[in-house]
Write a protein that binds this ligand. Structure first.
Ligand code: MF3
Ligand code: CO
Ligand code: CO
Length: 274
C-alpha cells in the first residue's frame, strides 16, 4: 500500500462524505445532556445516517484485533482515550466525551470527532478539551506542500506539552479516502522536517489524543475482561481528542470535515488557507 494523491476536481463525493460525517456530530450536539446513555446517542446517529444516505464505517469494523467493532460510532468518556463502545450507562454532569463518527458515502470515508462537555465540567476538564482542539489546529496550520509530517506532529506536541499535557503515541492519524485507514500514518509528536513530505492531493486525518496526566495508555481490563477496543489512560487521568480530515492543496490545506455546526476556528487561525 502507498499514499494516494487525489485530483481535487474528483473529490466532490469525498467532500460530501466528510461534510456528512461532521453533520452527524452537529445533529447529536443538542442531545448530549446528563442522563442520556451512549447507546441512545449511537441509535440516534444510526437513524440519522439512514436519513443521510450514509452508512457507518465502524459497525463491524475489524481492526487489528479479533473483535469487530459493534456500534455506529465511538464514545470515549473521561479517562477513555479512544475507541469507547457505546453502552447503557447514563452520562452525568461534568463528564467529557469524545464522539468519533466515520461515515461511508458513495464509497468515500468521512472521519471526524469532537469533544462534548456534559452539562458543565470543571475548569480543568474544559481547559483540556480546549487545548486539545487548539493542538489539532496547530497541526492543521502546518499543512502545505513541501512541509513534512514531522512538522505536524511537532506543532501538536510542542503546544500540548507546553500547556502541561502529554501526547498519546500509540494511535495516530491516517490517510483516508476510499479506504478507512491508509498510508500515511500521522503521528501527533515528532521533529520538524522529518517523515513524509506533503504533496497536493494527499488526504489524511489529524486526531491528537492528549492526556491531562502521563501519556501511558492500556487496554481497559476493568471488570476482569477486555471488550477488545476500549483504551484508557494508565493513570486514569482525563483524555481528550479532536479529529479533522484535511486535504493538502496547491498552497496549503482544506479542512474537509467542516459543517454549519463545527465549533468556531481558534483565533490564531486567521483564515482557511486554500
Ligand atoms: N474513527 C477512528 C479513527 O479516527 C477509528 C475507529 S475504529 C472503531 O481512526 F472500530 F473503533 F470504530
Ligand atoms: Co481517524
Ligand atoms: Co475517527
Amino acid at each position: 500500500m502507498s499514499i494516494t494523491y487525489h485530483d481535487p476536481a474528483s473529490l466532490g463525493d469525498m467532500r460530501q462524505a466528510c461534510r456528512l460525517a461532521s453533520e452527524v456530530l452537529d445533529y447529536l450536539t443538542p442531545f448530549i445532556q446528563p442522563g442520556i446513555t451512549t447507546n441512545e446517542i449511537d441509535r440516534l446517529a444510526a437513524e440519522y445516517m439512514v436519513q443521510q444516505g450514509t452508512t457507518s464505517a465502524t459497525v463491524g469494523y475489524q481492526g487489528s484485533g479479533s473483535v469487530p467493532f459493534p456500534k455506529s460510532l465511538c464514545t470515549s468518556v473521561n479517562h477513555v482515550v479512544c475507541h469507547g463502545i457505546p453502552d447503557d450507562k447514563p452520562l452525568k454532569k461534568g463528564d467529557i466525551m469524545n464522539i468519533d463518527v466515520t461515515v461511508v458515502y458513495k464509497g468515500w470515508f468521512g472521519d471526524n470527532s469532537r469533544m462534548f462537555i456534559v452539562g458543565d465540567a470543571s475548569i480543568a476538564a474544559k481547559r483540556l478539551c480546549q487545548i486539545t482542539f487548539e493542538a489539532m489546529w496547530h497541526g492543521i496550520l502546518q499543512v502545505r506542500p513541501g512541509a513534512h509530517l514531522g512538522d505536524v506532529g511537532h506543532a501538536i506536541q510542542k503546544f500540548a506539552e507546553g500547556n502541561g499535557y502529554s501526547v498519546v503515541r500509540e494511535f495516530c492519524g491516517h490517510g483516508v479516502g476510499r479506504r478507512f485507514h491508509e498510508e500515511p500514518q500521522v503521528l501527533h509528536y515528532g521533529r520538524p522536517g522529518t517523515l513524509e513530505e506533503l504533496k497536493p492531493g494527499m488526504i489524511f486525518t489529524i486526531e491528537p489524543m492528549i492526556n491531562m496526566g502521563k501519556r501511558d495508555i492500556k487496554e481497559d481490563h476493568r471488570g476482569g475482561k477486555y471488550d477488545g477496543w476500549t483504551i484508557v489512560t494508565r493513570d486514569r487521568s482525563l483524555s481528550a481528542q479532536w479529529e479533522h480530515a484535511v486535504l493538502v492543496t496547491e498552497t496549503g490545506y482544506e479542512v474537509l470535515t467542516l459543517s454549519a455546526g463545527s465549533p468556531p476556528l481558534p483565533s490564531f487561525v486567521t483564515a482557511t488557507k486554500t
